[in-house]
Design a protein around this ligand. Sequence first.
Ligand SMILES: *Cc1c(COP(=O)(O)O)cnc(C)c1O
Length: 404
Amino acid sequence: MTHSLPTRLAHAGRTASVPGGQPVNPPVVRASTVLFESVAQQREMRARRDNERLFTYGARGNPTNFALEDMVTMLEGGYRTRLFPSGLSAAAMTILAYVRPGQHVLLPDCVYEPVRNLANGFLRQHGITADFYAADGSDLAARLRPETRLVYVEAPGSLVYEMCDLPALAALAHAHGALVAADNTWGSGLLYRPLELGADISLMAATKYLGGHSDVMMGTVCTTEAAWQELATVADAFGMTVSPDDAYLVQRGIRSLGARLAQHQEGAMAVATWLRERPEVAHVFCPALPDDPHHALWRRDCHGTNGLLSFTLRAQAPVAAERFVDSLRLFGIGASWGGFESLAVLADMRRARSVTDWSAHGQVIRLHIGLEGVADLLADLEQAFAAIDNIASIQPEQDHAHHR
Ligand SMILES: *Cc1c(COP(=O)(O)O)cnc(C)c1O
């Protein structure tokens, strides 16, 4: 019997494997529907899939995504990993997985700003209370409550890279019956390993260094075996999954993660030490600098630094920082970081912190040092300082006139 063309089109081209050798990389498996041999096999797979990683439906992941999950689990040194459509969704799902209405979560003052907004908005509206503790963890003991279920950590912190003593903080949280989740985007698994330092959950924005090319959004959450089931249950309940094409891009990025981070570090250290000598610069924030207040903990717990550093200008006028960034030619003006290219953004620390008083500081300029030649980047920064030269010199006069 010859079938009609629609029938033949529906069944053609389904050859999954071809004879010959093996590709180096895993294939990109695009799938919503997964076919079974029989109703009995489908029933069996459905019964097992809550506890085992099985290929049963696209929303539950696919072989390309599973390969990436295994790479991240290796990077983080954990039990298993789930993938999320962005770093922010990984952070949000982490909090929702472990904290119930009526319970309490403690967030660090240096937390990535959209997570602060999530806590003050959605979480409060849904009966989850969030409080903030000092970025170095010094006031954590006083802020723990009987209903605290999760202590969230970000080290080094967003924008000015504060460190906390994660092993000490985790011991304190665990003694109070709370779990510890760390945002490990800065460390990307190679520079910082929260699960080895006592955290139960480690999440990353793979959008940053894991992807590494500014062309993909993704988040990862890796946990210990004890913390796993709560995360998996919420990820399945919300249908959290990512495209296998995106998973492939992140896998490809991870292959060169070590080489890229070494290069980012070399550039960032050169720029940080150069900036410290500039008369226009008030302060450079980078925990790898020996006189940074967080240097001792960075030395103890981190295995290098990345391409990030921030600084403030002596010229307090906001126009100075803005004109400086506008004058840069090799640094793009844009959110995110971790790609191959250099970026500059302005950050208002008074908005980004609520526990620590930042009112004495002006705007912070955050740089991401990409893979360009360092001499070219320094020359670009040099000409941007020249462009604000007149602002720096006239500003004190203007301030003086104003106060009279
Ligand atoms: C960028 C970032 C995120 C969010 O990642 P997206 O993929 O952009 O949503 C979370 N945490 C930190 C520390 C980040 O820098």
